[in-house]
Every structure is written in structure tokens, then in C-alpha cells.
Design a protein around this ligand. Structure first.
Ligand code: HEC
Ligand code: HEC
Ligand code: HEC
Length: 134
């Protein structure tokens, strides 16, 4: 059987298929790209040892809890000094401690959070850093 104009219809369908799915193809790379939080900020470059306030694996898994504890220490107990597992002292402050080093919120915090679709609501009150990278 021969359908008049069948070729054109098929070509049309193929083009239609690509137009509809093209945005999806464009996104494949982005969706699968693992987040790569950047630590190349001016403050971190100054550090002799590129360390967070606690070991990296701990920070990665527990920073939300740590921040919660920090808020409770500061707000409920008025405690402003944090002594880490190596007896080093840090001021308890989201803005002046965490974000002082991690002054690239977009390429650090947001990099992971966007990927995981979490949106901490902190920045409606706490001031996000002026983006700084080096
Ligand atoms: C003195 C500078 C400094 C401070 C202060 C600091 N960080 Fe970090 N942070 C770093 C560095 C450097 C790394 C990378 C550590 C490594 O690679 O071992 C890091 C790593 C991390 C990681 C893990 C990133 C990953 O790729 O897994 C998280 C999460 C994190 N920090 C959150 C925080 C939070 C939240 C605070 C405040 C409670 C904070 N940091 C305070 C310097 C700092
Ligand atoms: C290595 C990836 C990574 C980095 C870097 C990171 N986070 Fe997170 N963060 C997460 C993940 C994953 C969650 C969600 C955890 C969960 O739901 O159990 C989270 C959750 C949080 C939460 C709790 C939000 C909620 O609604 O429960 C806060 C607050 C937070 N992050 C703050 C920060 C800050 C501030 C920074 C930058 C200094 C940062 N995070 C950097 C991965 C990261
Ligand atoms: C409704 C406003 C508001 C929101 C939202 C908010 N905070 Fe706070 N936070 C405050 C206030 C006010 C203080 C007390 C400041 C002080 O005593 O210096 C504070 C103190 C803190 C402190 C201890 C002191 C300091 O300067 O950092 C931490 C840590 C903290 N908040 C973390 C968080 C995190 C993490 C989030 C998001 C999950 C968050 N906060 C969301 C208002 C808020």
C-alpha cells in the first residue's frame, strides 16, 4: 500500500519528536552531573591546611545537625564558642564563620542543595555572603 504524502508525514513526525524531546536531551548532562562544591574562596586559600571545622565526611553528613546545634547553643544558651574535635575554637556563627570561609554560597551550598532539591530557609533572615571566589 502506498499512502500519498506518507514520506512527508513521517519526516514531520520525526521532526516533531525531536522538537518535543530536545529540551530533555539538553538536560541529560545537567541532571546526571554530580554536584561539585567548590572550595576555592579567598579565605580557604589562606588556610595552611584546607580543613573545615570538622572532618569532611562528618561535615558532609552532619552539617545540618551541627548548624541546628549551633543555633541552640547561641540562641538558647548564649554560648558563642565551639571547640571542635581537635580542640580548635570557632565562633558560633553561620554568617561570620561558615560563610566567611564558604563565601561562594552559590557554588558551594547551593551546588549540593539544588541537586538534592533541598532549600534551607535560612537566608530570609541570615545574610548570605557576597559571592567571593578566587
Ligand atoms: C576555616 C574555614 C572553614 C569554616 C569556618 C567552615 N568550613 Fe566548611 N569546609 C572548609 C574546607 C577547606 C572544606 C574542604 C575540606 C576537605 O576537603 O577536607 C570544607 C568542607 C565542608 C563541607 C563538605 C563539602 C564536601 O564536598 O563534602 C561542608 C558541608 C561544609 N564545609 C560546611 C560548612 C559549614 C556548615 C560550616 C559552618 C558550621 C563550615 N563549613 C565552616 C572550610 C571551612
Ligand atoms: C556536599 C553537599 C552539600 C554541601 C556542600 C552543603 N550542603 Fe547543606 N545539605 C546537603 C544535603 C544533602 C542536605 C539535606 C539533608 C537531608 O535532607 O537529610 C542539606 C541540608 C542542609 C540544611 C537543612 C535544610 C533542611 O531543610 O533540612 C541546612 C541548614 C544546610 N544544608 C546548610 C548548608 C550550608 C549553610 C552550606 C554551605 C556552607 C551547605 N549546607 C553546604 C548537602 C550539602
Ligand atoms: C526567622 C528568622 C530566622 C531564620 C529563618 C533562621 N534564623 Fe538563625 N537566627 C535568627 C536569629 C534572630 C538569631 C539570633 C542572632 C543572634 O543572637 O546573634 C539566629 C541565630 C542563628 C545561629 C547562631 C548565631 C549566628 O549568628 O549564626 C545559627 C547557627 C543559626 N541561626 C542558623 C540558622 C540556620 C542554619 C537556619 C536555616 C535552617 C536559620 N538559622 C534560619 C533568625 C533566623
Amino acid at each position: 500500500m502506498k499512502l500519498y504524502g506518507g514520506g512527508k508525514i513521517i519526516t514531520g513526525l520525526i521532526i516533531f519528536f525531536f522538537l518535543v524531546t530536545f529540551p530533555f536531551f539538553l538536560n541529560i548532562g545537567k541532571v546526571n552531573a554530580k554536584p561539585e562544591p567548590k572550595i576555592d574562596t579567598p579565605e580557604i586559600q589562606k588556610l595552611a591546611e584546607k580543613k573545615c571545622i570538622e572532618p569532611k565526611a562528618f561535615m558532609r553528613a552532619e552539617h545540618m545537625k551541627l548548624l541546628n546545634d549551633w543555633r541552640d547553643f547561641a540562641v538558647r544558651n548564649g554560648q558563642r564558642l565551639y571547640v571542635n574535635s581537635e580542640e580548635k575554637q570557632f565562633t558560633i556563627s553561620l554568617q561570620n564563620t561558615c560563610m566567611h570561609c564558604h563565601s561562594n554560597k552559590k557554588k558551594f551550598c547551593d551546588e549540593c542543595h539544588n541537586y538534592m532539591a533541598v532549600k534551607p530557609y535560612c537566608w530570609s533572615c541570615h545574610i548570605a555572603p557576597k559571592e567571593k571566589e578566587s
